[in-house]
Design a binder for this molecule. Structure first.
Ligand SMILES: *Cc1c(COP(=O)(O)O)cnc(C)c1O
Length: 419
């Protein structure tokens, strides 16, 4: 569900016309709906209201500080994966006691920053990292709360690039080593073991993998208890899918119905880390058609957005619906490739897509671009990053300005060997 809809053949975000937004900020641009994000957060939070829980929004999905502020005001925490994300979350005044820190390669500097910010806990991914956290905590006289991330060896039935809970994955600690690692962790002087974490992948469209993973984690928590290690937090990760084209992922209420009975068997406080399901369908990327080009056996629609603005089609072969901002019922339907200006064959937004043939100057909306859209953007080909706009009812707010050419070279310098 989202709040992008047609009124008289014209695409709107909530009460604001997309054309109107483009007149103010140009193209390409990202547009987000406040209402959608708000509703999605509460769909999740409400579904688990009977269970003590923290929603730690996975901010790598969309980390604009205005979005973080919106969610923090509704009661959300964050799942961070870097010092930069911690900095953003602190700027948006997300309470640090609702922050968890994941990722396989936390540096000593990032660990220190997080300890000094008094985050709720680290989700630890290896024995080496555990040692490192212990040392950093010792050096500054603090004790680090940690959860160990378990790799439950569950196939989430999703794209291999976004599946993280299989044995062959770089994430987490193998289930059969877990008891051992927990025992070692509990001996470290500056570590307090408080939780078990698992996150098996992204864009899951079934509840069964969640159920299987949670069963394994509950079993582990039991075994730990028997060893005298009392676990207070159980983190079940994120990963709930969204509808990009014809997927029918479970609603958060369906997920809650499937897993609540399991969660109720533990006295642990539950942490969840949804990202995509909160913001994915709350955003679009708007682009302008530059040219139509006839290839040997393909028709190309060349637009002003590219893989540097939205990487998912190139990286995952992901499908994003593309809709006209102004409907034209008389346009013939054609099969086209929608491609960007970047000098890479992999630079496309859609391949072999049936759509009403757009003309040069037309605006297109790339749908479901709110998650892993702007956050994956780069400056490749020296393209300034797009602006981001937040819509609330009839109000439009620019929450990130378009980058300038000067921004592109900030911090660069020409050394004096050339003078
Ligand atoms: C990416 C990630 C998430 C969020 O995944 P979504 O599919 O966006 O919900 C949650 N937890 C961890 C550890 C992650 O790496």
């Amino acid at each position: 569900m989202h709040d992008f809809h047609y009124k008289g053949g014209e695409l709107f975000c909530e009460e604001v016309s997309i054309q109107h937004i483009v007149e103010q900020v140009g193209t390409p641009c990202y547009i987000y709906s406040h209402r959608t994000i708000h509703r999605h957060f509460h769909a999740f939070d409400g579904a688990f209201q009977d269970i003590p829980h923290i929603i730690a929004y996975a901010m790598k999905a969309n980390s604009n500080i205005a979005i973080l502020k919106l969610l923090a005001k509704e009661g959300s925490g964050v799942d961070i994966v870097s010092g930069g994300e911690l900095f953003r979350a602190l700027k948006a005044e997300v309470p640090s006691n609702k922050m968890v820190f994941a990722g396989v390669g936390k540096s000593p500097e990032e660990i220190r920053y997080a300890l000094e910010s008094d985050i709720l806990m680290f989700n630890v991914e290896s024995a080496g990292e555990l040692q490192q956290i212990n040392e950093v905590a010792k050096s500054i006289g603090l004790r680090a709360r940690v959860a160990l991330r378990i790799n439950p060896d569950i196939d989430p039935q999703t794209h291999p690039y976004i599946s993280t809970g299989l044995k062959k994955s770089k994430f987490g600690i193998a289930a059969d080593q877990a008891l051992n690692e927990f025992a070692l962790a509990s001996q470290l002087s500056h570590i307090e073991v408080v939780g078990v974490h698992c996150h098996i992948g992204s864009q899951l469209t079934q509840v069964a993998p969640f159920v299987d993973a949670i069963k394994k984690v509950l079993h582990l928590i039991q075994s730990l208890k028997a060893q005298g290690i009392d676990i207070r937090y159980m983190n079940i990760g994120g990963g709930l899918g969204i509808t990009y084209s014809d997927e029918t992922p479970p609603h958060p209420a369906d997920l809650a119905a499937a897993i609540s009975p399991l969660l109720q068997t533990t006295s642990c406080h539950i942490i969840m880390e949804p990202g995509r399901s909160i913001v994915g369908n709350a955003g679009i990327l708007v682009t302008k058609v530059l040219y139509n080009k006839e290839g040997a056996n393909k028709h190309f629609v060349i637009v002003d957005a590219a893989m540097n603005d939205l990487l998912r089609p190139s990286l995952y072969d992901a499908h994003h619906d593309i809709q006209p901002v102004l409907k034209n019922e008389s346009a013939p339907v054609n099969t086209v490739d929608v491609v960007g200006p970047i000098c890479e064959s992999g630079d496309f937004l859609a391949k072999d897509r049936k759509m009403p043939q757009p003309q040069s100057g037309d605006l297109l909306a790339v749908m479901s671009a709110g998650a892993y859209g702007f956050t994956m953007a780069s400056n490749y080909n020296s393209r300034p990053k797009t602006p981001e706009v937040l819509i609330k009812d009839d109000k439009m707010m620019v929450i990130r300005e378009r980058e300038t050419y000067e921004d592109l070279i900030r911090g660069e310098s020409i050394p004096n060997i050339f003078s």
